[in-house]
Ligand binder design. Structure first.
Ligand SMILES: Nc1ncnc2c1ncn2[C@@H]1O[C@H](COP(=O)(O)OP(=O)(O)OP(=O)(O)O)[C@@H](O)[C@H]1O
Length: 559
């Protein structure tokens, strides 16, 4: 990529455009390293020859279903192909054995129904149109025929459709793997039913997605020797703890806080709650409600879903006590104490919240105050208790809130797993890894840097080979109409990131995805320019044994 091969006066080319990513045009003149081009919207622009790419004038108007068939495998060619397909409502495209899914932001029941599942059952990859079911089918057949476990990696930026894709994969695996009935409900039903509970506690509204999963998820579906589902487990990792105490406008904290504030009046009184605007952990953002979502209904739905996954009423009460306690903790403000660098609850309001938090957590209020306002330092010789100034006491309060919340989340996952049931004798498993990241913002942070350091993931990745899916999103729902007309171009950022990942082997890709987090987008652009020549080998790399490439990296990260 980047060589001005065969570009002469009269050539049809692609050049970068700030509005639509890439625009086509025809070369009018070549002066040294620059070319003058007339674009299809009538403008004349000058571009460096190394930044223009030949356009395939024989490309099929509806695009190709596998991008390895493209004459020019460069970024504009790939995007043009995705766009052409998207305009025909074809959201799936292969690149070898990798499936790219573009978020349709609308229900497409005709492509996921029972008839479609029947159609894709037992059909080799590539025989029918690209589809998420085909990928699940490959994993399942490989498991049955070769007796090997498999995992499917679903990756993409926030709002790209990873969670929806994961659900579709599981539905198809459930369709293929028959129904093992446990306690009146099938294993796969139980996994799918656990989604509302996980979403209430692990999802939040972000700028890009009103129901964004703020944790990584690896769903392991266990099969017996006849290929029937015999158990399942959900492993979660790296819940975004910071959101508990810090929310940016116009995002929200975890859904469960708002649901509880909208609970029936007797619950509100029991937990001494009220309007979310009264709580520091919620009022840092002005967004309290979600369009088309009624938090009061969602509260009842979440309680019902908890019942379905085997969480008793008593446990549900304990869970909400902890959620309410966290909100009260956040309202404990501190003022300077009598001694130097010490702190005390600021006023009566702070004391009320301290007392309520202690009651809800069933601990002693003085002990809680002590824990927040003092720090224990353990040296080989002695244990020193040191007072904290108001700023440090606030940090300590937030640390406690985050820890309590993440332990509550882990406890919930554990409970769900116990209820679903594991099969200790399972012969093989198919894992679906829903992994966020690979985002490219104007100013990137380290938010996705440690995505893969979970030990749970390490152990689950053992003996898995992989198939891969990437999802692309449009920026947000407001852009839907616009996006439908300009298609895939809006997805440029994700797509660019995806290609950048593709050019490397999985091990490098993951390392890269971590490093990328701290790159400025300017820097990214330079990195993206040489991906194409590696594209054809990527599919092969991705289909090799996942464990061999991923495990050493994970172990390194864990250290
Ligand atoms: N295949 C699909 N069909 C219909 N709608 C979809 C599909 N995929 C995604 N969507 C829509 O896009 C929204 C966002 O998708 P999803 O929550 O799966 O994204 P995500 O990649 O998991 O995001 P995050 O990383 O923020 O959790 C969904 O709520 C749904 O409305």
């Amino acid at each position: 990529m980047g060589t001005p091969e065969n570009i002469i006066v009269g050539s049809h080319v692609w050049i970068e455009d700030p509005e639509v990513a890439w625009i086509d045009g025809q070369v009018l003149k070549i002066n040294g390293k620059d070319a003058e081009i007339e674009t299809s919207d009538g403008k004349k622009v000058v571009a460096n020859l190394s930044k223009i790419f030949p356009k395939d004038m024989e490309a099929l108007p509806g695009g190709v279903d596998d991008m390895t068939k493209l004459s020019y495998l460069h970024e504009p060619g790939v995007l043009q192909n995705l766009k052409a397909r998207y305009e025909l409502n074809k959201i799936y495209t292969y690149t070898g054995n990798v499936l790219i899914a573009i978020n349709p932001f609308q229900k497409l029941p005709h492509i996921y129904g029972a008839q479609m599942m029947q159609q894709y059952k037992g059909v080799p990859l590539g025989e029918l149109s690209p589809h998420v079911f085909a990928i699940a089918g490959v994993a399942y057949r490989a498991m049955v025929n070769e007796g090997k476990s498999n995992s499917i990696l679903v990756s993409g930026e926030s709002g790209a459709g990873k969670t929806e894709t994961t659900k579709l994969l599981m539905q198809f695996l459930a369709f293929l793997g028959g129904r093992a009935v446990t306690d009146g409900r099938t294993v796969e039903q139980q996994v799918l039913e656990s989604n509302p509970v996980l979403e209430a506690f692990g999802n939040a509204k972000t700028v890009r997605n009103n129901n964004s999963s703020r944790f990584g998820k690896f769903v392991e579906i266990q099969f017996d020797k006849s290929g029937r589902i015999s158990g399942a487990a959900i492993r979660t990792y790296l819940l975004e703890r910071s959101r508990v105490c810090q929310v940016n406008d116009p995002e929200r904290n975890y859904h469960c806080f708002y649901l509880l504030c909208a609970a029936p009046q007797e619950e509100i009184e029991k937990y001494k709650l009220g309007n979310p605007k009264l709580f520091h952990y919620l009022n840092q953002s002005q967004c309290y409600e979600l369009a088309d979502v009624n938090d009061a209904h969602e509260y009842l739905a979440t309680c019902r879903a908890m019942g379905i996954v085997g969480i008793s009423k008593k446990d549900q009460e304990a869970i909400f006590r902890v959620v309410a306690a966290i909100l009260h903790l956040g309202n404990i403000d501190f003022a300077k104490g009598k001694e130097i660098d010490s702190s005390i609850p600021k006023d009566d309001k702070a004391k009320f919240h301290l007392k309520t938090a202690a009651e809800l957590l069933r601990c002693d209020a003085d002990a809680l105050e002590d824990a927040l306002c003092k720090r224990l330092m353990i040296t080989p010789e002695e244990v020193i208790k040191r007072s904290l100034d108001p700023g440090s006491a606030t940090v300590s309060r937030d640390g406690l809130a985050k820890t309590i919340y993440s332990r509550l989340f882990d406890w919930l996952v554990d409970k769900i797993n116990k209820s679903i049931g594991q099969d200790p004798n399972s012969k093989c498993l198919i894992g679906v890894l829903d992994i966020y990241g690979f985002e490219s913002f104007k100013l990137n942070s380290l938010s996705c840097s440690a995505v893969l350091s979970s030990s749970a993931l390490i152990s689950q990745m053992k003996s898995c080979s992989n198939t891969s899916i990437s999802t692309c999103s449009k920026r947000n729902k407001k852009n839907i109409q616009r996006s439908r007309s300009i298609g895939a171009t809006l997805n440029l950022r994700t797509t660019k990131m995806f290609w950048t990942l593709l050019k490397r082997n999985p091990e490098e890709s993951l390392l890269f995805s971590m490093k990328h987090a701290c790159f400025q987008s300017q820097h990214m652009k330079r990195l993206q320019t040489s991906f194409i020549k590696h594209l054809s080998i990527t599919s092969a790399l991705l289909s090799q044994n996942f464990r061999k490439q991923i495990l050493p990296l994970l172990i390194m990260l864990e250290r």
